[in-house]
Design a protein around this ligand. Sequence first.
Ligand SMILES: Nc1ncnc2c1ncn2[C@@H]1O[C@H](COP(=O)(O)OP(=O)(O)O)[C@@H](O)[C@H]1O
Ligand SMILES: O=C(O)C[C@@H](O)[C@H](O)C(=O)COP(=O)(O)O
Length: 329
Amino acid sequence: MSGGAADDKRFDLIAIGRACIDLNAVEYNRPMEETMNFTKYVGGSPANIAIGVSRLGLRAGFIGKLADDQHGRFIKKYLSDAGVDTSQLIVDREGHKTGLAFTEIKSPEECSILMYRDLAADLYLKPEEVSEGYISQAHTLLVSGTALAQSPSREAVLKAIQFAKRQGVKVVFELDYRPYTWKSAEETAIYYSLVAEQSDIVIGTRDEYDVLENKAGGSNEETTGYLFRHKPELIVIKHGVDGSYAYTRAGDVIRAHAYRTKVLKTFGAGDSYASAFLYALAQGKDIETALKYGSASASIVVSRHSSSDALPQVEDIEAVIAGHLIANG
Ligand SMILES: Nc1ncnc2c1ncn2[C@@H]1O[C@H](COP(=O)(O)OP(=O)(O)O)[C@@H](O)[C@H]1O
Ligand SMILES: O=C(O)C[C@@H](O)[C@H](O)C(=O)COP(=O)(O)O
């Protein structure tokens, strides 16, 4: 994955999946039952990642489906203003709705998300709405695991991956597991492993890899031993505030620490991490540096209110890395 001056590609990264609305509690340190005010932001993991890489200077596009309503139009404008190409954002004509995520900030350690995703428009993206020509214009296709939860979005994503492989576009799989939309653990593991085995890079938390492998308490060694028998060349496994590891097919293991910060809430960490990590790789930085970019970006976002508006600029990330305050280090 690389950008650069003599580049015949139009995009560094195209993300596929959901673009939704986050409603983040304005009153902190309170249960949802007592929260009266929420601020509206664009949300949805792949949308956040597209916004994140665009804010860092990469050329990003998005493939997805939006509700034909005020929320859908808000999302499209926000993505477009953030520099993300929205030409492949299809407007739903069948009455489906924008997915909503209400966030609860009980304490900096205790956050949760209450999702309203019945009939969410993003899950109705159809295979015939995915363009091979569009995907061919990117270095990287970023796939979100949640988009595999239901048909026809599932088939649309599988087709996008087929196109990417045919066009020599790298596939990055962000596991992005949201239990709400899946029917069973077995179903999730089948589709997660199917896609992970075909991807060039896989990014997820330790818990998400356990979902992929349909077992509890798995180890990074078991996960990498399994996935390196397939396509992946790089596997990133995140362990929350305890940091993260990158494993390469060549056998390197690189550890990154989390950066210490004043945490407001924990959600948004994963999307900011993925966007800055992928940005750094696209800039040709080594994996150790890319992990630092991801960790630094996440430390910034967990100290701010949103997961999208809060995504940082390159200078903010580099200032954190230069400041070098490591959590649990
Ligand atoms: N409390 C925290 N303080 C600082 N950085 C954090 C904190 N929690 C997570 N991070 C950073 O965000 C990264 C991703 O967090 P994690 O919780 O594993 O992912 P996700 O948000 O996808 O569940 C971690 O590897 C770490 O660098
Ligand atoms: O992914 C969603 O639909 C909600 C997100 O927009 C939300 O901000 C969030 O939970 C981000 O999660 P994370 O980056 O995986 O922590």
